[in-house]
Write a protein that binds this ligand. Sequence first.
Ligand code: PLP
Length: 392
Amino acid sequence: MVQMAARMGVLGTETAFEVLARANALAAQGRSIINLGIGQPDFPTPPHIVEAACKALVDGHHGYTAANGIPPLREAVAADLWRRHRVAVSPGQVLVVPGGKVTMFFAIMMFGEPGVEILYPNPGFPIYESVIRFSGAVPVPIPLHESAGFSFSAAEVLDRITPRTRLIIVNSPANPTGGVVPRAEFDRLVAGLERHPQVAVLSDEIYGEILYDGAEHVSLLGYPSLRDRLILLDGWSKTYAMTGWRLGYGVWPEQLFAAAERLAINCHSCVNAAAQYAGIAALRGPREPVAAMVAAFAERRQFIIEALNRLPGVSCVRPGGAFYAFPNVTKLGLDARSLQNRLLDEAGVATIAGTSFGEFGEGYLRFSYAASRAAIAEAIERVGRLLGRLAV
Ligand code: PLP
């Protein structure tokens, strides 16, 4: 009998992939399934980006690249951060990796070990808590508040810091809530962190360009007092509809860069070369495709939030980012997981239970509105019919 390491027993998962598999299995049996479960843009990657990858392959870029990424891509990332945030980042601090998740995994594994505490948003992206446990550290949840547009409270974050705290993870705009943390809250957090110089921060800003109603994305890169302990996570998956390309980057402080690069060399060597050339085209190319996608999301957002609020027993706030609605379903009298399962099995609508994002997600469901308007309308009608049968 083979024996795995004990830590494999605490590794969690991302339920969205399980729901996707189950939704596909039901569809393969001939059932009509609308998938509002998976969090990825339903648009193809813009053509000029695809062409750049094809050209790279034809031009012979088939070998390993530098482990940290090709220089023109790291320069393009630095230029893009300047364009967006007016913050100077050295290309030498940019580590190109296969997807946003990799920066998260490296940062958590770099700091996590038994006896250490790591703070993470809850409800939040499930991989944070999973990898914290995998590292042996203790995950300490930061509650997000529906009444505050699913922001954290800086005072609550600071209260949770102990001598064992090594890393704090923040995510704005957020998955699964769409929450955007206001500048004043970040100001308070950063001011408080000046009293805790031993605590590093991982800021997951992968939805930073998907914003609505004039919501402002505040990058933690803009706070000089954090720069020597801030790890910025960003990438191409959401902004450029490139989830399957596996391309992301981290901006690492100088004191951590060599360690992060060493993890990359141990893990994946480098990102595939053609995807890196595509990444340059994305950052240096026209902004219109991104604007068009965000405009489409904005219209669907308006539609789904109003439609959800018309359902009996359901209420949905309007946070300003990402492409998720996170309605409160506590009045329906079913726990989130049972509701998720009944919606999929009986109504053919794939959603994700709030509890897939942590214990404070109970009472909520996540709907991704990165789907066509027609699909969203049909899904909400089906949800309405199921709620009618539940006699709410
Ligand atoms: N961070 C958050 C908050 C996400 O929602 C996701 C993907 O859903 C990621 C990171 C990972 O992105 P990638 O697909 O580039 O690994």
